[in-house]
Design a protein around this ligand. Sequence first.
Ligand code: KG4
Ligand code: ZN
Length: 343
Amino acid sequence: MKILGIETSCDETGVAIVEDGRMILSNIIASSDVLHNQTGGVIPEIAAREQVRYIIPVLKEALYKSHTTLSEIEAIAVTVGPGLIGSLLVGVETAKTFAVVSHIPIIPVNHIFAHIYANFLNVDREPKLPAIALVVSGGHTELFYMDSNHQLTWIGGTLDDAAGEAFDKTARLMELGGYPGGPAIAAAAAKFKIENSKLKIMLPRPMMNSKDLNFSFSGLKAAVIREVNKLKTANQFNNGTIHQLAYEIQESITDVLVKKTFEALNQHQVKSILLGGGVAANKRLTEKMQQKIKSLKSDIGLHIPPPKLCTDSAAYIASYAYFHNQPKPWKNIQAQPDLEVEV
Ligand code: KG4
Ligand code: ZN
């Protein structure tokens, strides 16, 4: 079954063709991040305007690259939320138009759930279920229990800032420049050599030892503001201290993510851990997850998508739609910027 996926929830314009939820035939992404790089964050109006320009060429390219005609598409999957209203409308209205004109069923998709399905794409070893899934993106930090029938139950999430947001906001505070901030923090952290430098800056690990499955990252941001101000006042805000701060920010966020994921594992009988979302592209997070599994001598399967499938694309929108094949009449499909994941 060939599904055409459309993703326009933030600044990306993505169209992908995926066969049977697992094989990517094409996955085209146009991004306006160069424009947002200059402003240090996504300007919704600019993102939506660019998406209006990109959507048809991206759709045409996705069909062309997959050697597929529209008549071979059996369903259109589209992100309906959560996301920016102007951006979502571009994808949703395009999907509806094509669905009506070509008589193709349309499947509305929740972007956050869909991130998990990057783990089912182009893999030799499909995740064994049930599983714990951690979605860590720019706007979300959510833990789910996924049963053997792919039913997703929300079991915890952030009370304030998301993990990706913590990376983005602290990167901006440290004047690392550009958007998104996660890769910039990771790059700066890699320059801090822990073997021959003493780590003097210590940051909190918010809620790390609370037994629940919730997160909070706003306190981390406040602590970074204090450190940056202190360093600036003492005239010590330089590359050395920036690298040290970046290292400690990455350690703090990844420590909390690992701790809570394994807490979820304690509370549920599962066979795998699935990661998804832009922050799952963080190498240090992968390292720590692997170390933790090794230290527990656990045979739990750890699944982390390749970086290109962690960040936003339409491939896993199509994959999710295959596994949750619930078409709706086009008249009932609407952009839902505040679509929730809690049930
Ligand atoms: O899933 P995603 O592409 O978009 C949303 O749905 O939000 O996630 C974007 C987030 C941004 O906050 C970005 O800073 C973060 O993912 N990110 C990373 C890395 N690559 C992207 N965070 C840490 N390390 C990375 N390597
Ligand atoms: Zn996303």
